[in-house]
Design a protein around this ligand. Structure first.
Ligand SMILES: *[C@@H]1O[C@H](CO)[C@@H](O)[C@H](O)[C@H]1NC(C)=O
Length: 230
């Protein structure tokens, strides 16, 4: 009887050793999933931000897509086209060249900035209370973050909607260099109003006023040339 038990125990331990060895070999060969580095880029919809840095990267790419969508809408293209016509006119009057340093105040989502880029003007700064990257940065039109006498041309289609038109005009004129021009598009108006607006620009001489159609609206375009330092 003792012998039988001895044999059985021997067999059992042999089997155990075999199973244990087999298991160790398996474990060594099989690396757990969690340690495998991802070699393939996950698809965009599977990516989740793991930190605030990651999140900002995602918001940039989605902003890019949002802009592409916005810039291909009919309304956007039509508005840009309308501004293009206005700026081409300024070019033909030699107030604007490809090398002009231009400031667009209250530039909204940046239609006029894009219009200027499209006709070949590269140095364009667009500002608005709310920024619209990459075309428009944030700045208060009543308190522009620029030195005096910097820009060759200041443009705005929103002087008549400004909270403080006097302050708005002063800041615009301050940012434009001596010899440079302030160009405004305001709701269509007559000589009296034109003179009132021109008076806001105290260091500039009135050059011309012309009735134009801008974005389907009847407007008056004024040009004033700065002749005196601030
Ligand atoms: C201004 O730039 C546009 C676009 O790059 C170009 O077609 C045009 O010829 C340039 N004008 C001058 C006067 O260089």
């Amino acid at each position: 009887m003792d012998r039988h038990i001895q044999i059985l125990l021997n067999r059992l331990s042999c089997a155990s050793i075999t199973i244990a060895t087999f298991t160790i070999v398996l474990l060594l060969l099989h690396t757990p999933d969690t340690c495998v580095p991802r070699h393939t880029e996950p698809k965009p919809h599977q990516r989740f931000p793991t930190s605030s840095c990651d999140f900002s990267h995602r918001s940039l790419t989605s902003l890019d897509k949002k802009n592409q969508r916005l810039w291909s809408t009919k309304a956007w293209l039509k508005t840009v086209h309308s501004f293009t016509a206005l700026f081409l006119d300024l070019q033909s009057l030699t107030h604007l060249t490809n090398h002009s340093k231009v400031l667009c105040i209250s530039a909204g989502a940046g239609h006029e900035v894009m219009a200027l880029h499209q006709i070949g003007v590269r140095d364009v700064t667009g500002v608005e209370l709310l920024d619209s990257p990459p075309l428009v940065s944030r700045a208060d039109p009543h308190n522009l973050p620029f030195f005096d006498d910097v820009f060759d041309l200041g443009f705005s289609a929103h002087l008549d909607q400004a909270l403080f038109p006097t302050r708005f005009a002063l800041e615009m004129e301050r940012s434009v260099r001596v010899g440079g021009v302030s160009v405004l598009a305001v709701e269509e108006c007559g000589d009296v109003e034109v003179r009132e607006i021109a008076k806001l620009f105290r260091k500039s001489r009135f050059v011309s006023a012309k009735n134009v159609t801008l974005i389907g609206l009847k407007m008056t375009r004024l040009i004033l040339r700065k002749y005196m330092l601030m």
